[in-house]
Design a protein around this ligand. Structure first.
Ligand code: S3P
Length: 180
């Protein structure tokens, strides 16, 4: 089984990729991490600043190609993978594409203090991107799930506990992927 999670930044892709993989006994793969390793840079922001966005997108394509034969995985994609059709062509081979959709309002709340995402720094551009990309995610999705809910809380200041809403979303994803 291969599950590909797509969606805008902050929609919960990394959050659900890990938990879904755990629940289904699959490996969780984070594309951003692989891109970063390939880039030799310290973080994603630095790739954008020093090498430019085009270089970042080229690396994403390379990683997608390397992942095309992977199985028994949940792939946590970067929010921009829908910009290059070839990425989804590589990734979705024998896989189910799940679109995690969070409202812009919720995403902005989740990102309030985020300094790491290069595309969040210009808020107007960020909002435009969200609007432009929505139909792209929908076009590639086999399944869509609304993730505009609180996903976790931190009871002891350390570990992130899932909210009941997040539990429900996880159930919904699990159910929907078996119906495809
Ligand atoms: C991007 C999303 C980021 C990361 C990069 C570009 C985008 O990943 O790949 O900053 O273009 O939407 P997340 O969606 O995991 O934040």
């Amino acid at each position: 089984m291969k599950i590909i999670l797509i969606g805008f930044m902050g929609a919960g892709k990394s959050f659900f990729a890990k938990r879904l993989a755990e629940r289904l006994g699959l490996e969780s793969i984070e594309m951003d991490k692989l891109v970063l390793e390939k880039s030799g840079r310290a973080n994603i922001k630095e790739i954008f600043e020093k090498d430019g966005e085009i270089k970042f997108r080229e690396l994403e394509i390379e990683i997608a190609k390397e992942l095309q034969e992977k199985n028994d995985v949940v792939i946590d994609t970067g929010g921009g993978v829908v910009l290059n059709k070839i990425i989804l062509d590589y990734l979705k081979k024998d896989g189910v594409v799940v679109f995690l959709n969070s409202s812009l309002e919720i995403i902005e709340k989740r990102f309030q203090d985020d300094k790491t995402r290069p595309l969040w720094q210009d808020k107007e551009k960020f909002r435009q991107l969200h609007k432009w990309r929505l139909p792209l995610y929908q076009q590639y999705a086999d399944v869509e799930v609304d993730t505009s809910w609180p996903l976790f809380f931190i009871p002891n200041g350390k570990s992130h506990e899932m909210t009941p809403e997040a539990e429900k979303i996880l159930e919904e994803i699990t159910k929907k992927i078996t119906l495809v």
